[in-house]
Ligand binder design. Structure first.
Ligand SMILES: [Cu+2]
Length: 347
């Protein structure tokens, strides 16, 4: 009997050791999986910025990421400076024959990221844009113009500047390629004519978009900040104009009650200049959107968002924002809301 017990004990011990080493092996495997991911030591929903932020993170060597975003910006009513204008006041400001009433901007954006090494992450973003604008003439007639198609494709390299103890900084060097059409026509009371600047799908110029991003993961929460410039390269585009340069600065904070969910707040400030030159096919006396000197503005938006991270590198995120300040060299249509939904898969 004692012998039997000893034998049982030995067998039990061996089984226990096998179980332990299996657990140890499993721990090693999961540790190496975690180490291979960009979010070492453990994946967190807030290791990516709110979904409205682009080029916010780098990847580790050999990692890929594919993403899809749907963005909707709703613009309703006109504004000059920070004063709201009725359609009649908008026409009187020129005077113009036509006032824009509202505009919907929808964008489907496909993105890919790949890191050939820890020292560079490449990114490509391809937008598909759908624009709709409603107008009112001085006689009270209404009409709608619509355009859709591929926008300007963006190519970027993200380069690390700093990575220590959850704090990271990288620079983004991006070029926007003029793949979007600037020859979009639409049916108006004046016939099938060239549409004004905000209804075109691209800039018509190569644009340099340098940026810097900071982020810091803390226990249970994180923050980040990013600033990006848009600099139109070369001279005018094929239609004898160039869109204004732009500057963007933003900061966000995210709270994660669990590693799978984070809730964020984000404040974004943007400023952009007027159009230089002019499309000779556009008459600025007709509608304010055709006037190159009524395009500039500054705006601050406040966004709230949610990121959800599942096992296997799938992320789903939502963000919704409204302007808290808007100053336009108008009359110009004012922004009322910005909504973004996105899906990201990293492996
Ligand atoms: Cu990524």
């Amino acid at each position: 009997m004692p012998h039997h017990c000893g034998f049982d004990f030995k067998l039990g011990f061996i089984v226990m050791m096998i179980k332990k080493s299996a657990a140890f092996a499993a721990a090693l495997v999961s540790a190496s999986v975690v180490c291979a991911h960009e979010d070492a030591p453990a994946p967190r929903a807030d290791s990516h910025a709110p979904i409205g932020v682009m080029a916010d993170h780098m990847h580790k060597e050999g990692e890929w990421m594919f993403s899809y975003r749907y963005m909707h910006m709703a613009m309703d009513g006109n504004r000059d400076g920070d004063e709201r204008l009725t359609p009649a006041e908008t026409r009187a400001a020129g005077p113009f024959m036509v006032a824009p009433l509202n505009m919907d901007m929808e964008m489907h954006m496909l993105g890919a990221m790949y890191a050939p090494s820890d020292n560079v992450t490449f990114m490509v973003m391809v937008p598909y844009i759908e624009l709709t604008m409603d107008h009112e003439t001085g006689m009270g007639g209404r009409f709608t113009t619509e355009t859709s198609g591929i926008g300007d494709v963006r190519l970027a390299a993200l380069l690390p500047l700093y990575d220590y103890d959850g704090g990271k900084m990288h620079t983004t060097l991006a070029i926007s390629v003029p793949t979007g059409s600037i020859d979009e026509l639409g049916n108006t009371p004046m016939g099938n004519v060239q549409l004004p600047y905000p209804m075109q799908l691209g800039s018509g110029t190569y644009d340099f978009r340098p940026g810097i991003t900071w982020s810091k993961l803390n226990d249970g929460w994180s923050w980040g900040a990013q600033t990006t410039a848009t600099i139109r390269l070369g001279g005018e585009n094929d239609r004898d104009y160039r869109l204004g340069n732009a500057l963007d600065a933003q900061t966000w904070a995210a709270w994660n009650p669990s590693s799978a969910i984070s809730v964020s707040g984000r404040l974004q400030w943007q400023a952009w200049q007027n159009v230089e030159g002019a499309d000779p096919a556009l008459n600025p006396m007709v509608v304010p959107t055709a006037d190159p000197n009524r395009r500039a503005g500054r705006r601050t938006d406040l966004h709230v968002g949610v990121n959800w991270l599942s096992d296997g590198g799938h992320r789903v995120a939502l963000e919704y924002g409204v302007p808290v300040q808007q100053d336009l060299e108008g009359p110009q249509l004012e922004v009322d809301s910005i909504a973004t939904i996105g899906y990201q898969y990293a492996f």
